[in-house]
Design a protein around this ligand. Structure first.
Ligand SMILES: C[S@@+](CC[C@H](N)C(=O)[O-])C[C@H]1O[C@@H](n2cnc3c(N)ncnc32)[C@H](O)[C@@H]1O
Length: 288
């Protein structure tokens, strides 16, 4: 057991030296994050099914966190694998998002535990920017089946949909200010890659379709948004460095968000419509 642990640690050192999302505490907080929107998964599935016949067999979700992007695949595949370099995230996934056809394992994205051509869909949800991208993409090519699909997606913010453009601008500014305060604590190259919508990544596949800003709406509460921003790796590092200032920073975010909510007569616990704008990149491998 201890030998196994040290192998996991060695791999984490190699591929994820910052050890973000590695502590038990961060993994527990991470459970607050909402599952991927069904609408987005259906968009991915419809692209896959253009060339891969049903019944679908095997999918893998890489950088799965506590399983929010993994369980959502379960209804469509015989077997789904959730992989994450952080054993703490895997422990949470097993405890909170366990399903009969879903298995989880602590494993780096750069060494996928599958044989050649054996996986039909691989997803990387808000995670590609943490990987050694070239190594990951090369391994994805190895394990994908003919016409198999890699779906890379991510989002930066989760906002209430009050249907008011001026308020939307204010919420954008609120997030910008929050990100600015976290800047010294973020791994800037990774966050920049995500902010840049993965535009600088060269995906080595025969077909690549970029779908910017896929807006998905879902029910949630203002308090879910505050929980979400507390899961940011930069915020967790800020807390470890200067807990008081970090709490003040998120307190200011919370106060302004709730003020906006109250101008629409919504309390933090009311169920309202939230949305996320996903960046989605669909890649198909064809052997022909
Ligand atoms: C922002 S979280 C995304 C989690 C989940 N997919 C979601 O949609 O909420 C990024 C995850 O990538 C994992 N990660 C970072 N580097 C990794 C690597 N090299 N291999 C596998 N997972 C990695 C982290 O441990 C973390 O759980």
């Amino acid at each position: 057991m201890s030998e196994k642990k040290s192998v996991q640690d060695e791999r984490a050192e190699k591929y994820c030296p910052e050890k973000i999302y590695y502590s038990d505490n961060h993994a527990e907080v991470y459970c607050y994050r909402k599952d991927t929107s069904t609408e987005l998964i259906e968009k991915i599935l419809s692209y896959l099914k253009e060339k891969v016949p049903e019944p679908l067999q095997t999918a893998a979700d890489v950088g799965c966190g506590s399983g929010q992007s993994t369980v959502i695949l379960a209804p469509y595949f015989k077997q789904v694998h959730g992989l994450d370099v952080s054993p703490a995230q895997i422990k949470q996934a097993e405890a909170t998002r366990s399903l009969p056809n879903v298995s989880y394992a602590a494993c780096p994205a750069e060494e996928l535990p599958f044989s050649e051509g054996s996986v039909q869909l691989i997803t990387a949800a808000t995670s590609l920017h943490w990987f050694k991208v070239d190594l990951f993409l090369a391994d994805v090519r190895r394990v994908l089946s003919n016409n198999g699909v890699l779906a890379v997606y991510g989002y930066m913010s989760m906002k209430p949909d009050f249907g008011d453009l001026e308020v939307e601008a204010q919420l954008g500014q609120l997030y910008d200010e929050y990100f600015e305060k976290l800047e010294p604590y973020h791994v800037s190259t990774s966050i920049q890659m995500m902010k840049n919508k993965y535009k600088d990544v060269n995906f080595p596949f025969e077909e690549v379709v970029r779908c910017p800003d896929v807006r998905c709406r879902f029910e949630g509460r203002l308090v879910d948004i505050v929980n979400y921003v507390s899961t940011f790796s930069g915020f967790q590092k800020f807390k470890l460095t200067d807990n008081k200032s970090a709490e003040e920073c998120i307190g200011a975010f919370r106060k302004r968000l709730y003020e906006i909510g109250s101008s629409f007569k919504r309390s933090p616990e009311d169920t309202i419509v939230l949305y996320r704008d996903y960046q989605l990149i669909l890649c198909r491998k064809t052997n022909a």
